[in-house]
Design a protein around this ligand. Structure first.
Ligand code: SDX
Length: 392
């Protein structure tokens, strides 16, 4: 606003960073991880292959992927003493703070990876990718008072997570391949998104020389906010509110447009995308397919589709370039899969984890100067101290 400061290289350098990981063109709706379009990765890749891509810089060979998958598969168990951690939390606890606490606890159980040298970061990378689904499933099972299941390494990474979340030790788990693939695509679509709030938080904390666990735990906390990762939970609550109130989508949109109401159309709008979020378009396709499998969930999908239609044809949203973002349809799929609403942001965190790790590693590998953004001072000019008796 004062002109030259915002253009001052010293200011710009402390408030921004360069990266080779993800490219976004918000006006064209382009999203690429290491140059690969998200549409092709969602169609052909796996979550672990995409994690390898963003972390190591290119798609793995057959042997590299097998070695990586084996490293992860053999690291999925958590220390038995950590099982008591989940019992310390009240059942009604939101799983995001439980996940953040679990990630910090992981750092205390491993001297080998609590440091910041490359070998320790590599070890922490494996442990976080392998154990975060286990932490998430354990916190969910604990919150519903059900027995936790150990990982079964004969299963794929996604199947393992689904079985630990919804399986029971008393019977085999029946998988639905369409549901398994839909969850894998959702996680792939969340893997990275450039300097979003939580990723920048991970880089900020990492720039102080903190270890990978501390930086990722900070990212989990940043993601929990309703304007960021918490939006997928807020979308479902918004749709349920419209359904339960009997309000029409037009009445709801009118409330949003009356800015005094301070009601936002959750799952709409984006700081970078001024067009349809490319991830939302892919998720919407899967939502149609998955919700066909779960009758009774169609009502919320229909409200969402009608809401989208109404907003996209309304000048208020068009003038502000407000379109559906990644969170608008994802919660509908998670809910249909059986995840409770408060687990949606945990699923976002599992998806975003490889991106957080890749950015931390990139930060460490390029002269890791501490992030110290400057500010525009808009406070009082210098003034003299006044004794209390002379103050008005
Ligand atoms: C994610 O950064 C990332 O990449 C994030 C993410 C990722 O992958 O990491 O993509 C994930 O966080 C997606 C966003 C999820 N959040 C939501 O869906 C919450 C609802 N959306 C809004 O809170 C908002 O759109 C933001 C926070 C996402 C973006 O806000 P901006 O860019 O700061 O825009 P703004 O607040 O300046 O709004 C511009 C105008 C304002 O109106 P005016 O004051 O100009 O009249 O648009 C209005 C806002 O009131 N507006 C909305 C709106 N979003 C913005 N009005 C109604 N509903 C909305 N959702």
């Amino acid at each position: 606003k004062t002109g030259n400061l915002l253009l001052d290289p010293a200011f710009v350098n402390t408030a921004s960073c360069s990266s080779k990981i993800t490219y976004i063109d918000g006006d064209k709706g382009v999203l690429r991880y290491r140059g690969y379009p998200i549409e092709q990765l969602a169609k052909h890749s796996s979550y672990l292959e995409t994690a390898y891509l963003v972390i190591y810089g290119d798609l793995p060979t057959t042997e590299q992927l097998e070695v990586f998958e084996q490293r992860i598969r053999r690291t999925t168990l958590i220390d038995e003493r950590m099982r008591d951690l989940f019992r310390c939390f009240p059942r009604r606890s939101h799983p995001m703070p439980v996940l953040a606490a679990g990630i910090m606890a992981l750092s205390t159980f491993s001297e080998k990876s609590a440091g910041t040298d490359p070998e320790q970061v590599e070890n922490a990378t494996d442990r976080l990718i392998a154990k975060t689904p286990t932490l998430a499933a354990f916190s969910y099972k604990n919150s519903v008072g059900q027995p936790t299941l150990y990982p079964d390494n004969s299963l794929s990474y996604i199947e393992n997570f689904i079985r630990m979340s919804f399986g029971f030790p008393t019977e085999p788990y029946e998988f639905n391949d369409e549901v398994t693939r839909a969850l894998e695509v959702l996680l792939i679509l969340h893997v990275d998104h450039e300097q979003n709030c939580s990723t920048s938080t991970v880089r900020m904390v990492g720039s102080s020389g903190a270890n990978l666990y501390s930086s990722v735990a900070a990212g989990v906390n940043a993601l929990s906010g309703p304007k960021h990762g918490g939006a997928n939970q807020a979308v479902i609550e918004m749709l349920q509110g419209i359904r339960d109130s009997g309000m029409s989508t037009q009445e709801f949109v009118n409330k949003v447009k009356d800015q005094k109401s301070n009601v936002k159309l959750m799952g709409f709008g984006h700081r970078i995308y001024k067009i349809y979020d490319p991830r939302a378009a892919i998720i919407k396709e899967h939502a149609d397919n998955i919700l066909k499998l779960h009758t009774g969930r169609q009502a919320l999908l229909e409200i969402a589709q009608e809401l989208e239609e109404t907003a996209l044809n309304d000048d208020y949203f068009k003038e502000r370039k407000l379109y559906p973002n990644v969170d608008f349809y994802s919660g509908l799929i998670y809910e249909a899969m059986g995840f409770p609403v408060n687990m949606f942001t945990v699923l976002f965190a599992i998806g975003r984890l490889p991106g957080w790790i890749a950015h931390y590693r990139e930060q460490m590998q390029t002269n890791n100067k501490i992030w110290r953004p400057r500010q525009l001072y808009t406070g009082e000019q210098e003034r003299a101290y006044r004794p209390i008796e002379l103050r008005p």
